[in-house]
Design a protein around this ligand. Structure first.
Ligand SMILES: [Zn+2]
Length: 595
């Protein structure tokens, strides 16, 4: 079993078949002094695989005051000026073993029955499940709080809090169970929890209806813990830092409201993606994080449509992760983590935002109804189980076959393996072949270490047909057939990858680039806002890479006096600033750099 920093006193084992008692002893650590934290237990009789045993371990776990993981101490200043203490937990990724001996891997699930014995003045004691009973304990001034059993869940999702925090509950009728925001009493008294309680209830209800699931924990608590620096999706007991959860109507900026709505949506999306179905091992962390990230945009779009997340995702996930994907920090979406340090190092823009962007691409090439049904099959068939990418691909493929969405003989796995098992992404080129046809080809955008290519969905819009009804690909560039010919009257402009649904960059030859610039300058609205945004992002990045002249990229900005869409201006500001930095001398850059 995993055990770290625990002081083990006694171990006893009962054979449940004949109730005989067996003595257990802590053996030598399996790998002394390393970070696998394996504790071995030896017994005085041989245990047989056909029997069932119950093991009782009496041990001491410290409350950490020096780190914010395992069981640790936090605090806040009360209205009376005194320090109020909170015992709280953070188990992801491998810290449950600091609170109890366990099989501390995401693929192994258990039902947790928790009892907490605590001083009576700590009135708010929380667990993953709801409270069954609170009774006086045998020590005067102490209580015993007993929680109902959880659903089967991985150890990294365990949480408990002992505190005197206050709460506000979401208005009745928004969810079928209590949804509450907990925070220090002064925060709740100022109304800082009202927005998050309400939005959390709406999001949970939306996710259940969208994915055809039923949230089976008896409650959802969202808790602001001072000093906590992130957000964590513990089953039924999410924990947040202040600006990810607390909203004051007269103070918080709209950008702050957008951010915290996104984060809450992400953590609640995890209740399905990560908590209900969990990655079998951390190498496929994207099955948790790439989905929570993508699904969070769908959630915000449903409950706060004014934030326009179906468009915002292009800037926030797609364009952001493409930069990470050609940096030295890039890695395949499916990573190679083994040790705790390696696992920690893969909570990246690739696992989260590229994962989300590949999900968005898949939704678009399968169409939303097919993709959604595939995810419903996946969630319903794998409830409370651990999964691999192949499980996901299987259920998406079932839906794809039912709706005949893929080319003959091609599976979702074949397509998505090419996107998840290698880093980087394609550069697609469009060029004149003759008067009536064009070449469409793919190559590696950067990263000369490899020659492998992708299954690339290509949508096409033209001067005569500038609007798409859906993003079903007109052609697929195959991993082993990287160039295709398409009929097109070259006197008219052509653009591929409408709305940047495919995860790749596009470069047109000079002829077509000229036609596109002409269209932008005469009437930019013929090209969709997301396509305009990605055109600029592609050309500036290609210019900085040396694949196109910077003058060409700048020519694409000539029409900007017509531009009024935020997804485009986001790119303009980012890229012009990048160009400015490149244009500066090294001394100027050094002087400018934040120390
Ligand atoms: Zn997450």
């Amino acid at each position: 079993m995993h055990s770290n920093v625990l002081e083990i006193y006694t171990i006893s084992v009962t054979n449940l078949n004949d109730t005989t008692e067996i003595i257990g002893l802590v053996g030598e650590p399996l790998f002394s002094g390393d970070d696998r934290h394996f504790m071995t237990v030896t017994t005085d009789v041989v245990l047989l695989p056909e029997n069932r045993y119950e093991m009782t371990i009496i041990y001491l776990a410290p409350i950490s005051t020096t780190s914010w993981d395992g069981l640790y101490l936090s605090y806040y200043t009360g209205t009376d000026g005194t320090m109020k203490r909170i015992a709280t937990t953070q188990m992801q990724v491998y810290h449950a073993r600091q609170l109890f001996p366990c099989f501390d891997e995401p693929g192994l699930k258990a039902v947790f029955n928790l009892k907490v014995i605590h001083k009576m003045n700590y009135t708010t004691v929380l667990g993953n499940s709801d409270i069954a009973t609170v009774e006086p304990f045998s020590i005067p001034g102490w209580n015993k709080t007993t929680f109902n059993p959880t659903v089967p869940m991985s150890t990294y999702l365990f949480a408990t809090i002992v505190s005197d925090l206050d709460y506000i509950e979401a208005p009745e009728g928004l969810a079928n169970f209590p949804v509450r925001t907990y925070a220090p009493p002064p925060v709740i008294a100022r109304g800082g929890g009202n927005y998050s309680a309400e939005i959390a209830a709406k999001l949970l209800t939306f996710f259940d209806s969208y994915f055809g699931t039923t949230y089976r924990m008896p409650k959802m608590d969202s808790v602001h813990i001072p000093h906590y620096n992130s957000a964590m999706e513990n089953y039924g007991l999410n924990i947040y830092r202040e600006d990810y959860l607390i909203y004051y109507p007269d103070e918080t900026l709209e950008t702050g409201k957008n951010l915290l709505t996104t984060i809450i949506s992400h953590e609640l999306a995890h209740q399905n993606f990560g908590n209900r179905v969990s990655c079998k091992w951390w190498d496929e962390l994207w099955l948790n994080e790439g989905f929570a990230t993508y699904v969070s945009f769908l959630g915000v779009d449903a409950v706060r449509p004014e934030f326009r997340h179906r468009e915002f995702i292009l800037n926030d996930a797609f364009q952001y992760s493409m930069k990470v994907d050609v940096s030295a920090r890039s890695h395949p979406i499916v990573n190679d983590a083994v040790t705790p340090d390696q696992v920690d190092s893969y909570f990246t823009g690739i696992t989260y935002e590229k994962g989300a962007s590949v999900n968005r691409m898949t939704e678009n090439f399968l169409t939303e109804p097919t993709y959604r049904r595939g995810l419903q099959y996946y969630l319903s068939n794998k409830t409370y189980q651990a999964v691999t990418g192949d499980d996901l691909f299987h259920y998406l493929n079932v839906a794809a076959q039912e709706d005949n969405r893929l080319p003959e003989g091609v599976t979702v796995k074949r397509i998505l393996d090419s996107w998840t098992l290698q880093k980087s992404h394609p550069l697609v080129r469009v060029s004149v072949r003759d008067r009536d046809s064009v070449y469409i080809s793919q190559e590696r955008y950067a990263d000369p270490d490899s020659v492998a290519l992708w299954w690339v969905p290509v949508t096409v819009v033209t001067q005569d047909a500038p609007v798409l009804e859906n993003w079903i690909p007109k052609i697929w560039l195959e991993a082993d057939v990287p160039i295709k010919i398409m009929n097109h009257d070259i006197m008219k402009w052509i653009m591929v990858n409408a709305d940047a649904t495919g995860y790749y960059r596009v470069l047109y030859d000079d002829w077509f680039t000229g036609l596109i610039i002409k269209q932008l300058n005469s009437d930019a609205t013929k090209i969709s806002p997301l396509s305009r945004s990605q055109l600029l992002d592609d050309y500036f990045n290609l210019a900085f890479l040396g694949k196109v002249e910077i003058e060409t990229a700048l020519s694409l900005t000539e029409y900007l006096d017509q531009e009024d869409h935020f997804v485009v201006w986001e790119v303009v500001f980012t890229q012009l600033r990048q160009g400015y930095i490149f244009a500066q001398s090294q001394e100027e850059i050094d002087a400018y750099r934040v120390k």
